[in-house]
Design a protein around this ligand. Structure first.
Ligand SMILES: NC(=O)c1ccc[n+]([C@@H]2O[C@H](COP(=O)([O-])OP(=O)(O)OC[C@H]3O[C@@H](n4cnc5c(N)ncnc54)[C@H](O)[C@@H]3O)[C@@H](O)[C@H]2O)c1
Length: 323
């Protein structure tokens, strides 16, 4: 199968590309190399893919009609759409940039898919769509009316857009609401990635709020597994939505305890006020993904953090660490 992965230099995409190539698929990867966070991490991920014959790289912005067109015109069977400006907090400072990359880019992509008859899309949505009013554990039908950030609103907007497209063109789509994904090559703007780096660099790490906020963490290989299962279950004329999370619901303080346990180091914390855009709790109800996709998370938070710390040690722990 020939698969277009958007946001291919990103964290989750890097792991997904490896899995699909390992399964014998041909992957076309596109990314704008958005400097939202340290580009050396995106380049390091791409370096791990560059030797693969089954990986074709396109650098470009999907907002540009010609780029979307060029990606989709390569006899693509399936689009896995991960490209986005991912920050919840930063979206308050740049709502326009967030909607441009998250919604307008998706419209360009869908229009290109329409022109080229590409009929399958898996879209990376987010637990943030549950906003300030849904009661945990979050069920798929609870989302939508009170997003706390432009980022959350942009993700919900794409879900609604997909409802519209599956009614109007031959398309099967699935939106997957990811719950705080972490692991090796993780994003340095997210807590686990940042804390693991700062532990080894012995820098003071910002902790927003009391550390009691609860997150439902998902190890990246579980998220990738869910994406693959969703891709195998697409149905033309329908837009399905699933939570990809559940089972690893812990506080930030617990995460810090585990990071310290597996690194053997103590994290220096700088306590800062909580953000109004941050949800106090995220908790997925995983039942629908389990029943319909046979998906459930296999990697415990302990095991996932141990693996992440092992990777961070090689990257940040020694002066001659490979980037
Ligand atoms: N990591 C998580 O915990 C999490 C949780 C919920 C949802 N998500 C969603 O999953 C997807 C992947 O997340 P990630 O953590 O790997 O993020 P990431 O930032 O590492 O990857 C996204 C990539 O998209 C690229 N991109 C942005 N706009 C683009 C555009 N217009 N054209 C081409 N490329 C563009 C960026 O350069 C980046 O490399 C995103 O859509 C994100 O919103 C992630």
């Amino acid at each position: 199968m020939k698969v277009l992965i958007t946001g291919a230099a990103g964290f989750i995409a890097g792991h997904l590309c490896k899995r699909l190539i390992g399964e014998g698929h041909h992957v076309v990867g596109v990314d704008s190399l958005d400097p939202y966070y340290d580009l050396s991490i995106k380049r390091a991920r791409l370096k791990t893919l560059s030797s693969e014959n089954a990986f074709e790289w396109i650098e470009g912005d999907l907002c540009d009609k010609d780029v979307s067109e060029a990606c989709v015109s390569k006899n693509i069977d399936l689009v896995i759409h991960l490209a986005a400006r991912p920050g919840v907090r930063s979206s308050l400072d740049d709502p326009y940039g967030t909607f441009q990359r998250n919604l307008m880019a998706t419209i360009q992509l869908l229009e290109a898919m329409k022109r080229h008859g590409v009929k399958k899309m898996v879209f990376a949505s987010s637990s943030s769509v549950y906003g300030g009013t849904a009661k945990p554990p979050f069920r798929e039908q609870d989302a939508g009316e009170s997003p706390l950030s432009p980022y959350a609103a942009s993700k919900r907007s794409v879900e609604l857009l997909l409802n519209c497209y599956v009614n109007n063109i031959p398309l099967g789509a699935t939106s997957l609401r990811f719950f705080t994904v972490y692991g090796p090559y993780g994003r340095p703007d997210m807590a686990i990635g940042k804390f693991a780096q700062f532990l080894f660099e012995e820098r003071e790490a910002p902790l927003y709020g009391t550390g009691e906020a609860i997150r439902d963490f998902t190890y990246v290989s579980d998220t990738v597994d869910g994406i693959c299962r969703a891709a195998d279950n697409l149905e033309e004329g329908t837009h399905k939505i699933y939570n990809l999370g559940g089972g690893n619901r812990v506080s930030m303080l617990k995460v810090i305890e585990l990071l310290e346990k597996y690194s053997g180091k103590t994290l220096k914390l700088k306590r800062l006020p909580a953000f109004s855009s941050d949800m106090k709790v995220t908790e997925a109800c995983p039942d629908k993904a389990k029943e319909e996709l046979g998906w459930f998370p296999k990697v415990s938070i302990e095991e996932g953090i141990e693996r992440t710390v092992a990777w961070a040690r090689t990257k940040y722990g020694t002066p001659c660490a490979e980037s």
